[in-house]
Unconditional design. Structure first.
Length: 249
């Protein structure tokens, strides 16, 4: 899978792409990531990418010409790409979208905005999809782009060393993850739950599912509205509610 990114700060991507899982995926040629400096597609000696907004108002607006030139140049190789703009007006990114993109035949081209906005003609003529990573304001589209690339890449077969581990992460079940422990079995007076030391895989699996449901109920109950729960899940939730009701304040 190929990712192209248009930005005026290409160096932001270097550190993250050269570490850990993404670095290995690039080295194995499982993915390809190309960062394009928007200023390389300007025509004036100052490499200008922004200008004052028509109609007045605060801030600067990113000019359309460099975006049109960059996208037309990138797409001239004939490789099919879906152009994505990071925008607070876009659909909120989630695990379902990440899974869909990881399975898609389309490579992705990300437009990272800065300043007050990008000229509206870029969105109207060049963008296939707008995506937001949440209802808050960031300085630019670089961090959201890295978030999206990271979440997609880890879903591509062969990227993670342990595919089973991926299936048990938060949101892969549609709910939060269960608590994790490692050695030592006791630390500063707190013991690892006995069931995890028992070697009884059936009981361990049941405990993990129950604790995942407990965490979701206490921290993100809204996730239940999007998740298909089994009869066993509802039984466990009833037990959890009784246990929580009897917990001392």
């Amino acid at each position: 899978m190929r990712f192209d990114v248009i930005t005026i700060f290409p160096e932001i991507f270097n550190a993250y792409l050269n570490e850990s899982i993404l670095k290995r995926a690039i080295e194995k040629k499982t993915i390809e990531v190309k960062i394009h400096n928007l200023r390389d597609f300007t025509r004036d000696k100052h490499r200008t990418v922004d200008d004052y907004p028509y109609g007045g108002g605060p801030g600067m607006v990113m000019k359309p010409e460099p975006f049109f030139a960059s996208i037309e140049s990138i797409k001239s190789d004939g490789i099919p790409r879906r152009t994505v703009m990071l925008s607070p007006q876009g659909k909120v990114f989630d695990q379902v979208m990440a899974s869909s993109m990881a399975k898609s035949i389309h490579n992705l081209l990300f437009i990272c905005g800065r300043y007050e906005a990008i000229d509206e003609r870029v969105r109207e003529e060049l963008v296939d999809e707008e995506i937001s990573i949440g209802d808050y304001v960031l300085t630019g589209g670089e961090l959201p782009t890295l978030v999206i690339i990271d979440s997609i890449v880890r879903l591509i077969p062969g990227v993670l060393g342990d595919e089973h581990s991926m299936q048990e992460e938060s949101f892969m079940w549609g709910i939060l993850d269960y608590p994790h422990y490692t050695r030592p079995p006791e630390f500063r007076g707190t013991r690892v739950p006995d069931v995890l030391l028992s070697g009884n895989h059936k009981e361990i699996s049941l405990w993990r599912r129950k604790e995942a449901l407990r965490r979701t109920m206490l921290r993100r109950p809204d996730l239940f509205e999007k998740t298909d729960l089994s009869g066993e899940d509802y039984k466990l939730l009833s037990e959890i509610k009784e246990e929580e009701k009897n917990e001392p304040d």
